[in-house]
Design a protein around this ligand. Structure first.
Ligand SMILES: NC(=O)c1ccc[n+]([C@@H]2O[C@H](COP(=O)([O-])OP(=O)(O)OC[C@H]3O[C@@H](n4cnc5c(N)ncnc54)[C@H](OP(=O)(O)O)[C@@H]3O)[C@@H](O)[C@H]2O)c1
Length: 199
């Protein structure tokens, strides 16, 4: 099973400031919603997994989680009950994998997306479950105080050019090229983890 990461960041790979997103880009947020919701199988929905802190934070449109039309899971060691709107809490990545691969959930889940925050991006990107990373790079510096790893400088990742993605139908809804919104430029870049062959 692969978990794909979806994240928006600034030039410095900053993802938040003072516990929230320092930009307002409704079209970018619509892309996030469309992409993580897209599902071609009628009997299934995609799942999203998030950390306890992000679960409690606000989305750019002011709404709070859960995300509609997706199964919502939380990673937390301290939440002892499943909060309203969530489909389940897992105490570790292994516990989460066991849950979504269980007979009950595997019938209902199409793809799984990692929607952060920073601890969850790191935990999943460091793991063997890491799928592709869909990174909206906003061409500006927002003086963020929370960051994800710089995938351009991480030897475990490489950029994937859009032209090589013809086999992946579901990726065709991603906006192509530089987008202009509210005076900012943003672009969705795609990265994948380099599979290391065991000697
Ligand atoms: N720009 C973007 O695209 C984007 C996307 C998402 C979020 N954000 C921002 O990111 C911020 C939140 O990120 P964050 O790093 O502070 O927190 P976070 O990653 O959302 O959540 C951290 C919490 O998740 C739990 N956790 C982490 N790793 C775990 C593991 N391996 N197993 C079980 N539980 C685990 C822990 O909860 P317990 O303490 O309960 O164990 C930990 O305190 C918010 O400000 C949000 O706005 C930005």
């Amino acid at each position: 099973m692969k978990i794909h990461s979806v994240v928006a960041c600034d030039d410095n790979w900053g993802i938040a400031k003072n516990g929230t997103l320092p930009w307002k880009l409704p079209r970018e947020y619509k892309h996030f919603n469309d992409f993580t919701s897209a599902c071609s199988e009628k009997t299934k929905k995609n799942a999203v997994v998030t950390g306890r802190s992000n679960w409690k934070s606000r989305a750019p449109d002011g709404s709070t989680l859960p995300l509609a039309n997706r199964h919502n899971f939380i990673l937390s060691t301290s939440m002892k009950t499943t909060p309203e709107g969530s489909d389940g809490v897992a105490g570790s990545l292994k516990e989460f994998i066991d849950l979504v691969e269980s007979d009950e959930w595997s019938q209902k889940i199409h793809r799984v997306f990692n929607i952060g925050g920073s601890q969850i991006y790191k935990c999943i990107q460091d793991s063997d479950y890491c799928g592709r990373c869909y990174v909206t790079k906003i061409k500006a510096n927002f003086d963020c105080d929370l960051f994800i790893c710089n995938l351009d400088e991480d030897e475990n990742f490489r950029r994937v050019e859009r032209l090589t993605l013809t086999s992946e139908e579901w990726e065709k809804i991603i906006p192509v090229g530089i987008q202009y919104e509210n005076g900012f430029e943003w672009e969705v870049l795609i990265y994948e983890k380099i599979q290391k062959s065991r000697q």
